[in-house]
Design a protein around this ligand. Structure first.
Ligand code: C2E
Ligand code: CA
Ligand code: CA
Ligand code: CA
Length: 279
């Protein structure tokens, strides 16, 4: 029995070892990837619900892994967060997004806001306002075109600190959205104290807004709260016409989702914007 127990222990420890090893390898690869700039952005259009015009794009990160090809963010952002790699990576995203905006503006492309995802660690640990300010200065983009998407979970960790940090960011004149709204533990009290501009309703609620009365009630309530607080509401993950129609009736301001556009590579986005400007 004794030797079996030992065998069991060794078996698990070997497995754990392997997992740890894989993780360390991925971390190593990810760090190298940041240095080699193996990343690129795709852009998903966001539309005004009343006019159908494209008012913004959300920058979405992809990793071009030389071995595996294109890797989606859900499979590397969590590790990047855990290991701190997200700090240089997030800086790259901000710099690149602002540089692209500038390029497009110089080329006379129809102007759009650029929404950039900010991870919790970037907000709580990094000097985010400095990074944002540098990206803006370097590119020469007017701050009003830049929108930062923060999740509610990262905002409520330390409320006083959050208010201070948000005020500093607002001082730069960028706009601020709460992403994935409804999935965390937001309190209306905090919402009132935070200097934010937009709420993005999580696509988990939008998914079944037409079928599930509970989800519809939540979505309607979020839109109601946002209106009462004079916040702009964006629905993400809109996949059907029925969803868009329901949301429009409720007064949702902007739409983002596969029903309109998927995330697009830069060339495709520019084609879409050019055709919209001509129309
Ligand atoms: P998110 O910020 O909630 O971004 C929206 C995600 O929903 C994107 O997935 C987008 O492609 C997807 N989406 C949009 N419309 C629809 C739809 O109609 N149906 C469905 N099923 N999905 C839709 P993606 O690009 O895979 O990104 C996943 C997450 O990775 C993002 O969720 C965000 O949390 C994170 N992420 C992406 N880029 C960055 C980045 O630059 N920095 C950080 N920190 N996180 C990022
Ligand atoms: Ca987002
Ligand atoms: Ca979201
Ligand atoms: Ca999400």
């Amino acid at each position: 029995a004794k030797s079996q127990g030992q065998g069991g222990f060794c078996f698990y420890s070997a497995q754990l070892n392997e997992r740890l090893h894989e993780r360390m390898q991925l971390e190593f690869k990810l760090r190298g990837a940041v240095e080699r700039e193996e990343f690129f952005l795709e852009y998903q259009p966001i539309l005004d619900s009343k006019t159908g015009r494209i008012t913004a794009v959300e920058a979405l990160l992809r990793w071009n892994d030389p071995e595996k090809g294109r890797v989606m963010p859900d499979s590397f952002i969590p590790l990047a967060e855990d290991t701190g790699v997200i700090l240089p990576l997030g800086e790259w995203v901000l710099r690149t997004a602002c540089a692209k905006l500038r390029q497009w503006q110089d080329a006379g492309v129809m102007p759009v806001r650029m929404a950039v995802n900010i991870s919790g660690r970037q907000f709580t640990q990094g000097d985010l306002s400095k990074t944002v300010e540098d990206a803006l200065l370097q590119s020469g983009v007017h701050p009003s075109w830049l929108e930062l998407e923060l999740t509610e979970t990262c905002l409520i960790k330390n409320v006083e600190e959050t208010v201070r940090k948000l005020c500093r960011l607002k001082g730069l004149c960028v706009s601020i959205s709460i992403d994935d709204f409804g999935t965390g533990y937001s309190s209306l009290q905090y919402l009132k104290n935070f200097p934010i501009d937009h709420l993005k309703i999580d696509r988990g609620f939008i998914n079944n807004v037409c079928e599930l009365p509970d989800d519809r009630a939540i979505v309607d309530a979020i839109i109601g709260i946002a209106k009462a607080m004079d916040l702009h509401v964006i629905a993400e993950g809109v996949e059907t016409r029925q969803q868009a129609e329901h949301l429009m009736r409720r007064g949702c301001d902007e739409f983002q989702g596969y029903y309109f556009y998927r995330p697009l590579p830069e060339e495709k986005l520019l084609e879409v914007l050019a055709s919209k400007a001509a129309a």
